[in-house]
Write a protein that binds this ligand. Structure first.
Ligand code: NOJ
Length: 567
């Protein structure tokens, strides 16, 4: 991996994902919006993040919580207006921060005018913008599944044909073999780039093409079986059998080589502009291309696909990931987003969650690569299990509810719980700003679009934490500040150092200016470590004390992390 003299802003930046519907409600209707986000820009600046990734803010019928876009060149009316968006962007830039949007390339909403035209008749000029195949009702063209439940083919009686959808049936896949589709989508990208947006997070890039010979998947594979395997784990994450079954089930529908040509063309579009970035929602290193000609950043999802963030897991992950990257490619790490359990819930052991949350931030901000944080992590927000089916908003929660009933025949309470645990509403609940009704997200008399986690009243809110020096948020601020002040943590070389303990993760980050030593106790046991070299100062400590600079063999408390400056 080569660090060029002129490091790019997105290599040094810390990104913060805003889920717009849940961030801040400016007009009191229970839905987050641009006015709310604008009012929180000072907050983000003080927190110390450099760039914002905004989940979809486009007009959308909201079947898939905004990832079903019905107009790529506008703002959803519930969020505000295009004028307000420009103001938002301008205010971000004025604070020296950047803004990256979510670009959904694989599919549109079925309410997008392109699809409305496409389905209107077999000879409509936009017919070929989507993937249509003949077939009799009840006999879809292939036995493929949708990743979000049911067949991947939806019969449209109006023109007696099936259309293909990898996700919900309200999200028809675009036909990227049609050059007009590419042009329309690249123009949508240019629309925002011309406005000054700093780049895109590209949604589900692996799903853009399918195998056009349409081979069948093995007889007998079913969603029920996949569910049966996955539901044995509260958070199915990388359990081998589930993963390989899933891979077999969808192998003809993802990661086709043709996608790389599209990515290379999109990179050329981006390169027409000054210093923008493309981030792929995939962990497939192939999307870096040769390191210069496809996407700038690819998420290291394998890092978070574990139930336990052990030293061995992280060490193995870094070894595999960093050696696999092409020269010039830059790593990108995250531990959570709007599709996954929150860090606090996913990796907390139930006893040490607070200290673990701080430790995992230290890990994320000191590994080599660009870190992505998810809104709410900074106050230790956890998953909130909604036990009322009528309050579910993610159709995946509803799907899992139905599957649980069908597959395991569980009682109503268990099925609702399974739906809540396996869906994504739990990690998308509104941001908790204060200890006021509705956590200060929206007025007390308004019902928020998703319930607010009740722990806002137990200190998990911004206001209460800001005034407490030992709080999560103040640790986040200090840690972000430390990263910004120490270039070795941004772009320095990463070198893992083995210690006597398998539970200690120890590495150095060094550049021409300095060498830093990161020592993380990834276990619930007290650990004694022999420092591998002389240090002169403690840069930051996840705990108030326990470790002294004079001690060459410090004893680290459970889940304590310390960064030293080398002598
Ligand atoms: C990935 C997004 O992160 C997820 O929220 C969405 O449901 C799918 N892509 C489909 O767009």
């Amino acid at each position: 991996m080569i660090v060029k003299e002129s490091t790019k802003w997105w290599q040094k930046a810390v990104f913060y994902q805003i889920y717009p519907r849940s961030f801040a409600d400016g007009n009191g209707d229970g839905i987050g919006d641009l006015a709310g986000m604008i009012s929180k820009l000072n907050y983000l600046q003080e927190l110390g993040v450099d760039a914002i990734w905004l989940s979809p803010h486009f007009p959308s019928p909201f079947v898939d919580c905004g990832y079903d876009v019905s107009d790529y060149e506008d703002v959803g009316p519930e969020y505000g207006t295009l004028e307000q968006f420009k103001h938002f962007l301008n205010q971000i830039h004025q604070r020296g921060m950047r803004l990256v949007l979510d670009l959904v390339l694989n599919h549109t909403s079925d309410q997008h005018r392109w699809f409305i035209e496409s389905r209107s008749s077999r000879d409509n000029p936009k017919r070929d913008w989507y993937i249509w195949r003949d077939g009799d009702p009840g006999e879809p063209p292939t036995n493929w599944f949708s990743a979000f439940g049911g067949s991947a083919w939806e019969y449209d009686a109006h023109t007696s044909a099936y259309y293909y959808h990898y996700f919900f049936k309200e999200q028809p896949d675009l036909n990227w073999h049609n050059p007009a589709v590419k042009e329309a989508m690249f123009n949508a990208a240019r629309f925002w780039l011309d406005m000054g947006v700093d780049g895109f997070r590209l949604d589900a890039v692996g799903t853009i093409f399918e195998d056009e010979t349409y081979p069948a998947i093995p007889e007998g594979m079913s969603q029920e079986e996949l569910y049966r395997m996955a539901s044995q784990y509260v958070q199915p994450k990388g359990e081998k059998t589930v993963v390989s079954y899933h891979e077999e089930m969808f192998k003809h529908q993802v990661d086709r080589p043709e996608v790389h040509l599209i990515m290379q063309e999109l990179r050329k579009v981006i390169d027409e502009y000054d210093d923008r970035v493309l981030i792929g929602e995939t962990d497939d290193i192939a999307f870096y291309g040769d390191g210069t000609n496809e996407l700038h950043l690819i998420f290291n999802f394998p890092l978070m696909r574990t139930n336990h963030l052990t030293a061995q897991h992280v060490s193995q992950n870094q070894l595999e990931r960093l050696t696999a990257l092409p020269p010039m490619a830059w790593p990108c790490n995250t531990l959570g987003n709007h599709d996954s359990a929150r860090i606090y819930t996913a990796f907390g052991d139930g006893t040490h969650n607070n200290v673990q949350n701080k430790l995992y931030l230290m890990l994320l901000l000191t590994l080599k690569g660009t870190p992505f944080l998810y809104n709410g992590e900074e106050i230790g927000m956890s998953d909130y299990i909604i036990d009322d089916l009528s309050r579910f908003r993610d159709p995946l929660s509803v799907l899992y509810y139905q599957l649980e009933k069908r597959v395991n025949g569980s009682d109503e309470r268990t099925t609702v719980l399974k739906g809540a645990l396996m869906g994504r509403d739990r990690n998308r609940t509104p941001m908790q700003w204060s200890n006021a009704l509705n956590g200060g997200f929206c007025p007390p008399e308004t019902e928020p679009w998703l319930p607010v986690n009740s722990d806002y009243a137990a200190g998990v809110n911004v206001d209460d934490q800001v005034s407490n020096p030992d709080s999560m948020i103040n640790f986040y601020r200090r840690m972000l500040h430390v990263r910004r002040q120490n270039t070795a943590l941004q772009t320095g070389e990463y070198q893992e150092i083995s210690t006597d303990s398998a539970d200690i993760l120890c590495y150095s980050r060094s550049d021409a200016e300095q060498t830093l030593l990161v020592v993380l106790n990834m276990s619930p046991e007290i650990q004694r470590v022999r420092l591998p070299f002389k240090v002169k100062q403690i840069l930051i400590n996840t705990m108030k004390n326990w470790v002294h600079i004079e001690d060459p063999e410090p004893t680290l408390q459970p889940y304590q992390g310390v960064i030293y400056i080398a002598a």
